[in-house]
Design a protein around this ligand. Structure first.
Ligand SMILES: [Cu+2]
Length: 321
């Protein structure tokens, strides 16, 4: 397959080389501007990072489009399109994705931009944390642009979501005809976004069916669409009752945090077997984990997911005598 594609491009490569040679031989009289690619100038393409519903409850884990075909010399600008944080990360030669997991929010290699503006095909390049909001708690960026001077197939990942979120940049020889226009990619992306929203709504409905006054679904996801909500977000129990919070997802972690948010969001705080108000936190709740709290005092207790509260992931347990 790859061989076949290579051979198809040889005449174009030869053309491009001839054009390059001519432009080199041309006197610099033309204002110093040499046209090396037969008149086709380099383009900048756009890839969207994540997607979301207008209330931010449903978050999509996708680079849209997932595959993009560009030519050597072109640039790509990734644009943050969701409150949920993501990264655009090209791993170094020989570095495995597994070795980078899980995401470490305290490590600058994960959260800050790494590498230059031109991708060399082998070093570690990272956008840093990308989101479309300014209160994520990170030094976030809305856009990340890289130039691709060399042809090749380059896969990148979101370090936050690992295997669930990857994309590929197919860089072909300068002058190659583009298979898709930007507006074709955009239409394809919109279709994909609508599917993610439908998936998210289905999961929300399934969560409602599983939840009751003593069982709260603390987020759920199918690795592409995530629900960033507690379901039910307001429950009424009695003193002495227990409530079990369930992360019903497959990829995204959450927390259940009463009182003050701990400096380390992932740290467990307090005794869930005897909660009478104050600070209590589950620590990091991985997919399929649960957190059970016994409420021993009447009152209204508000809690948040320390990771996703800025998207509205909050709840209340009302405890009556
Ligand atoms: Cu959460």
């Amino acid at each position: 397959m790859a061989l076949h594609q290579e051979s198809r491009h040889i005449p174009r490569l030869v053309r491009a080389l001839v054009a390059a040679l001519i432009s080199l031989l041309m006197p610099v009289a033309l204002g110093g501007i040499a046209v090396a690619d037969g008149g086709k100038s380099a383009r900048t393409w756009t890839v969207q990072v994540g997607s979301e519903s207008s209330d931010q409850a449903i978050q999509g884990m996708s680079f849209l489009p997932e595959n993009i075909y560009i030519n050597a010399g072109d640039k790509i600008t990734w644009k943050a399109n969701s409150a949920e944080i993501h990264t655009v990360t090209f791993l170094a030669e020989g570095q495995s994705l597994e070795s980078t997991q899980p995401f470490n929010p305290a490590n600058p290699q994960y959260v800050n931009q790494q590498g230059g503006k031109s991708y060399d095909g082998k070093s570690y390049f990272n956008s840093g944390v990308m989101t479309n909001v300014s209160d994520s708690g990170f030094n976030e960026v809305g856009r990340y642009t890289l130039k691709f001077p060399d042809s090749g197939e380059f896969t990148y990942y979101c370090l936050v979501h690992g295997m669930a979120m990857k994309g590929t940049v197919h860089v072909r020889v300068a002058g190659t005809d583009y298979p898709y226009t930007q507006s074709q990619y955009d239409r394809q992306s919109q279709k994909q976004e609508r599917k993610i929203l439908r998936d998210g709504k289905d999961q929300w409905e399934a969560a409602r069916a599983k939840a009751d006054n003593h069982t709260v679904i603390a987020g759920t996801d199918n690795e592409t669409a995530m629900l960033m909500r507690f379901v039910r977000d307001h429950i009424v129990v009695h003193v002495g009752d227990t409530v079990t919070f369930v992360n019903d997802g497959m990829g995204a972690p959450h927390t259940v945090t009463f009182g003050e948010e701990p400096a380390d969001e992932f740290a467990a705080v307090g005794d869930p077997a005897d909660f009478t108000g104050g600070d209590l936190s589950s620590g990091l709740m991985l997919p399929k984990s649960t957190f059970t709290v016994k409420f021993n005092k009447a009152g209204e207790f508000d809690y948040i997911c320390a990771l996703h509260d800025f998207m509205g992931m909050k709840g209340t347990v009302e405890v009556r005598d």
